[in-house]
Design a protein around this ligand. Sequence first.
Ligand code: CTP
Length: 410
Amino acid sequence: MNIVVGVTGGIAAYKVVHLVRLLIKAGHEVTVVPTDDALRFVGRPTWESISRNPVTTSVHEDVASVRHVALGQAAELVIVAPATANTIARMAAGLADDLLGTTLLATTAPVAIAPAMHTEMWRHPATRANIAVLRERGVAILGPAEGELTGGDSGPGRMLEPEQIMDAALALLDERDDERDGDERDLDGLRVAVSAGGTREPLDPVRFLGNRSSGRQGTALALAAADRGAEVVLVAANIDDAVLADAGRHPLVRIERVGTAAELGDAMRSAAEDAAVIVMAAAVADYRPAEVAEGKLTKESGLLESIELVQNEDIVAGLAARRHPGQIVVAFAAETPGDGEELLARARRKRERKGVDLLVVNEVGWNRGFEAAENAVQVIGDAGAVLAKASGSKRDVADDIWDVIASNLD
Ligand code: CTP
């Protein structure tokens, strides 16, 4: 198998020599892509002789063979070890000014990273946020372990041992194969309409009433369906480009951007016409300002002191009321927790009120649900039965929700 091992500038680089040796011994073809900084720890001749392949760091070498994308395209697995805090930040940002950066952007192979750094750096909110971003994109984070660190400290931050990295990284391929062999294309040709994000209701040219929905769960649902073969219209309300990036590249996803509840309603009604499944994951504003001011409202005008609101139509209830035979309508409910039974009771009432087939309920709070990469939901079906409980990354949750939807299809 073709494996790229990215090596970055940490003292643990010396242990990666052993990792490369193990991979070669196991019969794999290994190309080492160090960063310039990594070469200060272990030099190019070592990597070349151990991997038996040429080693370059820059996108400007070996240009004729388009090495900066070719390596990533040919890779069946990419391991970055050690992954420094700096490299993790660069990966999260998608930077590509060296060969490792371009290789990581060009690959569709599983990527595993083995972080190594001081405990404080590992625990820093910037690193944690970057790790969350990578995890959400499907990068496997191997370790770090707790133990002795350079300089005599100890705590989490130590790179896993080469044997552990090899086993965990190769196991990713088995997981992927299992997914492929399974019911991967079980939604082949199914047309689905998914709404995601949060609507914004303008008050004047600079202000709006909005909500904290990032669109991550809805976008994950759209992608999961497309990966399983469905043709997806993703109606995206105010979602960051970064969140939409993967869906934007997927050949089976068409993104329609909307701003307000009214626009979202129009887009969903038209997408629903030939959809077999409608998923309303968007957070829709229940109310909008009765009037939208032409110019920016000032304090002097007194118009900001109280704002008259009018109710928006309930889009999903309308879609459910007009659904054609066999069409499945799924609504979402983000509820702040009471005790568990109260949450379920509220969700069951909401499902009845909206007349939808399935209602996915998740707990939200000031720090829960919205921008997080992880989620925990329950899917409620006929007669209020809890058909599934799912938790984990938003992508895993999306796949579990599609499992329930798929089992409800005729
Ligand atoms: N929804 C909708 N149109 C609206 C409001 C909500 O289609 N005007 C949809 C959402 O996309 C979601 C579901 O209804 O799928 C539940 O949203 P929620 O805001 O929880 O429902 P509400 O009826 O507004 O209930 P609550 O009073 O608890 O806010």
